[in-house]
Design a protein around this ligand. Structure first.
Ligand code: ZN
Length: 309
């Protein structure tokens, strides 16, 4: 029943009568129809100011970050389809208007980060922005064919977003006093994008990094090394990891908070703001090193498997 306040009035009334059947048939509810995931991916987290104009509005396990530009809001990722109402409620709890969200930027087009974008775009009137490959997936509501996890068909499809714009590598989304720059970091997906901006508090401006996933996960049968279907992907993946390592980085939030220790930093932030536990100048380098090791192990396994044949 907790979802009722977020349904349109007519469907809310119908839901009281018809129960969960409404969720399956109401086109409004289709965009937030639950997809399975780990419990913490949808566990509600209170919204919290990270630093300056930057806020955390995601769940315990999946990040969503809000930036108040002074001339509208920019949201980075939403989470699963069913998390959209939670993110919308968090934006409202901070005192902001959903209609002021002008852009929703995406890290990568997998259901656990992009599944809720369609509902957010519908409810706010915002435009989604992603890399060309990411935009293709958001428009289709389906991972791209060359995604390392494309053959995990159970999770391949998610709600398609209505308004999607492409951005180029190094280009910035500008709104109000803020410029959020796209850094293409392909590897986890072909369209993976890391976003950076400056956030200021009491006259002190810091570099904030919203890093995309750098994990070398893939479906069975996929290779990051060259195979019959594609060339070697490991060099561009390694370049992405090194891009994140070398970014000016005072504050790191990763798409999965626990992948970079951002979950622990957020927990500390809830109990003290000074000194701000989110500030960690080594966080990007540690995060990159952790996933470079994972890539090395993955390549070693692929080489071993190739030699066994
Ligand atoms: Zn992913």
């Amino acid at each position: 029943m907790s979802c009722l306040p977020f349904l349109h009035r007519t469907s809310a009334a119908a839901a009281l009568v018809a129960g969960t059947l409404v969720h399956a048939t109401d086109p409004q509810a289709l965009l937030t129809r639950p997809m399975p995931g780990k419990p913490e991916w949808t566990r509600a987290h209170v919204p919290i100011r990270i630093y300056g104009n930057t806020y955390y509005v995601g769940s315990y396990g999946i990040s969503a970050v809000l930036v108040d530009t002074g001339a509208g809001l920019i949201l980075l990722d939403v989470g699963l389809p069913q998390s959209a109402p939670q993110v919308e409620a968090n934006i409202a709890k901070l005192g902001f208007k959903l209609a002021d969200v002008k852009y929703v930027l995406n890290s990568h087009a997998h259901f656990d980060h992009a599944g809720g974008i369609a509902a957010l775009v519908r409810d706010s009137g915002a435009t989604a922005i992603a890399s060309p490959s990411g935009a293709t997936a958001l428009r289709a509501g389906h991972v791209v064919a060359d995604d390392p996890q494309a053959s995990d068909v159970a999770n391949a499809a998610f709600p398609a977003a209505a308004r999607v714009r492409e951005i180029a590598d190094g280009e910035a989304v500008r709104l109000g006093d803020t410029a959020i720059t796209a850094h293409f970091t392909p590897g986890h997906t072909p369209g993976s994008t890391t976003w950076t901006w400056k956030s200021c508090e009491n006259g002190k401006c810091l570099d904030v990094v919203y890093s995309d996933s750098l994990s070398a996960f893939a479906s069975d049968g996929f290779h990051f090394l060259a195979d019959a279907t594609h060339g070697d992907l490991t060099a561009s993946f390694r370049k992405s990891i090194r891009t994140v390592a070398s970014l000016p980085c005072d504050i790191l939030v990763s798409t999965h908070p626990d992948a970079s220790g951002a979950d622990e930093r957020l927990a500390k932030l809830a109990v003290r703001r000074e000194p701000n536990p989110m500030i960690d100048a080594q966080a990007c380098r540690r995060f990159a090193a952790k996933f470079e090791k994972m890539l090395d192990e993955r390549i070693a396994d692929e080489n071993k498997a190739a030699q066994a044949h």
